[in-house]
Design a protein around this ligand. Structure first.
Ligand code: WTA
Length: 654
């Protein structure tokens, strides 16, 4: 891609300043923000050292701040020691032992309240159960759980003993789970009999069984949390129920002090190749990013109730559910199920019932709920809300305005937060009491985050609204440390250009005349479907692994609710179906992809052709395929196409 290809879209100029009242009570006011930026700009490492000392409790203080001697394999605070679970739980016991850490609601309406003291006991007991089953510092543990407090307890228990967790989203298939277990070399799997979602049971244990049957030699034991109580198989000698594993355990477990750089977790995410990559995060740097952004961006204060709707299977559920809000001593809401059960008022009823004050969700959820009408939110008292957030994809102005007016009643600032699995925490986002927002812009980089838009040669683009590569020009504490087991892939993926000077995010962006960032989309072959990252290559590999498929190309097509939908062009080994339509086969292939990756990766549309459009040099013409998927007229030059006659097939005309 060249930056000339990045065209900037609509210019949105409405400006929304926070109310005086919000600003008056906010943690960060204009003066404080200016001072933070000033310090970060003049004394970068001093700035981060001070934040690390103020925000985190250290067992052994650090003296090194940033070590860039092995760039781009950076490390931070690397002679210090701490424990993440201690920072999220223990240190709040003195003043907040009886404060709710977690408010949980199951899809069927059951609620559980867990105080910091109870969380401490439950995490400690479970950590002891892990130890009893041979888990030690540095061992990998895969977590494949429904969205219940036990997911967070599992993560915190791993952190407590220095085990490295890797949470696999419950919507991923058995095959995806197996690949991740094997790549991580996990010794243990923590799962559940199932979870409730959309009025159905998500069959987690049977998927886990299937994954393990396919060969996961490193797994020694499986702990199964009983949630749905439906019939599942337990394998003697390997599987144990959660309640049995903890029943005899002490609720005291001394935290294992780890080096600041000790890996806290791996989280697999899609890239532009067929194989998901295990993003490796550190303990201290990651937690620091999580803590400062929960404080600066979400403005969390002692009486807040924070509901981030993300599943713990994604990075947002790590940083804004399982770790960050707890690190700053807040109360989180966890919801197990779907937003439309029993109806589209579920989120808003929960906001009312639990007096949620800060609410963070994805544009796709906002658009879906917006479509179902204002009656749902209007039926509930949303006056507890004071701050709203979005993440995962650009939010279109229409959805932004709806969120602002119908949910926020015009009084809640909206923090549109740009960041990635790799960055660990918010990078570009408004400080809500200070920065006026514009619908669709994530505004400006946070203090200590040096973001820029550069051209092909790495020069900063000063011209307003000219698109380019979004980069972060200095290493920052919460950034990924590497790709698990593959430093070379880490370097090639994130530092491929500009002499390794900048972290390349993989997004294109522009800055407007006020210096506000506008994210324009991915520059690689990664789709953003309902805020979830999916590599086109991954879906293509899944398709071609089916015995009937010879070749496949997958592109994104703009979608009103999901942001992007998945459009696949398939060449079969046998005859092309008459007229290019075969509904049965399409169903089979969709289910096949569902089994290979997970339901979220199922193509929405499949079109069959005799060949794929390729240049004479054999490259698939993806831009052409995107144009066709959108149903737009083909204006690009197709004369280099090897077989021009397939255009009609690709367009569904023949
Ligand atoms: C996109 C999710 C526009 C972007 C935290 C990024 C966004 C990818 C925004 C990372 C936003 C995330 N506005 N686009 N506020 N936030 N993105 O790793 O393309 O699941 O590179 O992390 O989502 O997705 P990931």
């Amino acid at each position: 891609m060249s930056s000339n290809n990045i065209e900037s879209g609509l210019i949105e100029n409405r400006l929304f300043a926070p109310s005086e009242e919000f600003t008056k009570n906010a943690r960060i006011n204009a003066e404080k923000l200016a001072a933070l930026h000033q310090q970060a700009d003049t004394d970068y490492t001093g700035f981060w050292a001070q934040q690390a000392n103020e925000m985190l409790d250290w067992h052994k203080p650090f003296s090194n701040v940033l070590d860039d001697s092995n760039a781009p394999l950076y490390s931070w605070f690397n002679d210090g020691e701490l424990n993440v679970s201690y920072n999220c739980i223990d240190r709040h016991l003195t003043n907040n032992a009886n404060k709710n850490a977690i408010i949980f609601e199951g899809e069927q309406g059951d609620t559980t309240f867990i105080t910091y003291l109870q969380l401490h006991q439950r995490v400690s007991a479970f950590a002891n159960a892990l130890k009893e089953r041979g888990i030690k510092s540095g061992d990998r543990v895969v977590i494949y759980m429904p969205m219940t407090p036990e997911a967070v307890i599992s993560m915190q228990a791993c952190a407590r003993i220095g085990a490295i967790h890797s949470v696999v989203f419950g919507g991923f298939s058995a095959d995806s789970l197996r690949d991740r277990i094997n790549d991580a070399g996990a010794k243990m799997l923590i799962t559940a009999d199932g979870g409730h979602r959309g009025g159905k049971i998500v069959e987690l244990k049977s998927a886990a069984d299937k994954a393990l049957e396919g060969g996961c030699p490193s797994i020694e034991s499986v702990i199964v949390y009983q949630r749905t109580q439906h019939d599942i198989k337990m394998q003697a000698g390997r599987d144990i129920w959660w309640h049995d594993a903890v029943s005899e355990q002490s609720d005291h477990c001394e935290p294992v002090w780890v080096n600041a750089e000790h890996p806290l977790f791996l989280l697999y995410t899609s890239g532009s190749t067929g194989k998901p990559k295990g993003i490796q995060h550190s303990s201290a740097g990651y937690l620091l990013g999580a803590a400062v952004t929960n404080s600066w961006v979400f403005d969390l204060k002692d009486d807040d109730v924070f509901w981030c709707t993300a599943d713990v299977g994604w990075i947002t559920g790590h940083t804004y559910v399982a770790y960050g809000p707890l690190a700053v001593g807040s109360t989180i809401v966890i919801y197990e199920g779907a937003p439309t059960v029993p109806d589209a008022g579920r989120f808003w009823k929960m906001v009312q019932d639990h007096k949620v004050s800060v609410f963070y969700t994805a544009p796709t959820a906002i658009r879906a709920l917006m479509k179902l009408g204002d009656n749902f939110p209007n039926a509930y008292d949303l006056s507890s809300l004071r701050l709203l957030g979005t993440v995962g994809e650009p939010i279109n102005p229409e959805a932004w305005i709806w969120y602002h007016e119908v949910i926020g009643k015009g009084k809640c600032p909206i923090v549109d937060t740009w960041w990635q699995t790799e960055t660990g925490s918010n990078m570009i986002a408004p400080i809500p009491g200070v920065v006026a927002t514009k619908p669709g812009s994530c505004t400006k980089a946070l203090p200590g985050i040096m973001a820029d838009v550069v051209d092909e040669d790495g020069n900063s683009i000063s011209e307003a609204n000219r698109g380019g590569y979004l980069v972060i020009t200095k290493p920052f504490p919460s950034m990924l440390r590497t790709i698990w087991g593959d430093d070379e892939r880490y370097k090639d993926t994130y530092y491929p250009k500009f002499d390794g000077r900048f972290y390349l995010a993989g997004d294109s962006a522009r800055k407007d005349a006020d210096g506000y960032f506008w994210i324009m989309g991915r520059i690689d072959d990664v789709l953003n479907v309902s805020g979830h990252r999916l590599g086109t290559m991954e879906i293509e590999s899944a398709l071609v692994s089916h015995e009937l498929v010879a070749e496949a190309a997958v592109v994104g097509k703009p979608h009103e609710v999901k942001g992007e939908s998945i459009f696949a062009y398939v060449v079969l080994k046998g005859e092309r179906p008459a007229g290019g339509i075969d509904e049965e086969l399409t169903k089979t292939l969709r289910n096949w992809v569902g089994e290979q990756i997970g339901a979220i990766a199922k193509p929405d549309e499949i079109r069959y052709a005799d060949n794929l459009p390729k240049t004479r040099s054999g490259k698939i013409m993806r831009r052409l395929l995107r144009t066709i998927a959108k149903g737009e007229e083909i204006t690009s030059d197709t004369s280099t196409l090897e077989n021009e006659s397939i255009l009609d097939q690709l367009q569904g005309k023949a």
